[in-house]
Design a protein around this ligand. Sequence first.
Ligand code: G3H
Ligand code: 13P
Ligand code: ZN
Length: 330
Amino acid sequence: MVSYKELGLVNSKELFKKAIEGKYAIPAYNFNNMEQLQAIISACVETKSPVILQVSSGARKYANQTLLRYMAQGAVQYAKELGYEIPIVLHLDHGDSFELCKDCIDNGFSSVMIDGSQLPYEENVALTKKVVDYAHQHDVTVEGELGILAGIEDDVVAEHHTYTQPDEVVDFVTRTGVDSLAISIGTSHGANKFTPEQCTRDEDGRLVPPPLRFDILEEIEKRIPGFPIVLHGSSSVPQEYVDTINKYGGALKDSIGIPEEQLRHAAESAVCKVNIDSDGRLAMTAKIREVMANKPAEFDPRKYLGPAREELKKLYMHKTKNVLGSAGKA
Ligand code: G3H
Ligand code: 13P
Ligand code: ZN
């Protein structure tokens, strides 16, 4: 058993409390490799932002669970070396079983998500409660989910949104004891959130996707005032990255993400954790493709992974400062 406390990590309890009071959201960035981790930590140290490092089950398979744990421990030391100590949470993203959550809790995670959103309601309650009962013995925080996001999550594809039903939230949080709740109000996973056909155009001709269901969020806030809410699928899919990828040989479809103004608005509410993965993937791929195309003789991975890491850092700094409002809150 390795406790996250020995690794210098924190759980999300205090961070969420402060985020709700201060009307901002903590970034939850996924990582799978060293360059992503370096970019996340250096961006959050430089902007003095707390951060949630997210590991999916796919990331655990890709990078190896033991290595990831040492990387998170290393991240705590790296932040200190960079000159400013920020609170760092190590979080399991989309845990799908009690066994996976337990394994993460036993191996240094300070927070886990148990995603029973695809299960019948009573089964979601039972599974989430089982994880909470174990996690809380170890002072680990737990995120549950109600409602289903459209899009792809690991191998599960949902065609349509199943919005969170405000009528269920009081029962769910009281019976499970979860510390935070992920909800479905129109965000979705991946780079293809909205097609141009689903959008309208503003006066400058830019595509505008259908707005998030803030009415549902407000209803939820009324039922569970001050309870920490989580938004998954919150990448904005920056057009310049899509264009760069396609310019240098990529084949991404036209896609529109969640507009930054809507995320800014959400961050001022009880939404205190915002999950972003796809934007980082796009930034990295765009930069690597650009370097590969412009310097075809280059074969030192540092020469394309280094610039990709810089681009990622720029992206994360922008999110904490201009979108989530977490800069200066560490
Ligand atoms: O919600 C899913 C995250 O973006 C993680 O994706 O399962 O491909 O690592 P992944
Ligand atoms: P995006 O695919 O929009 O980045 O969402 C990531 C996410 O929700 C991870 O859990
Ligand atoms: Zn997610």
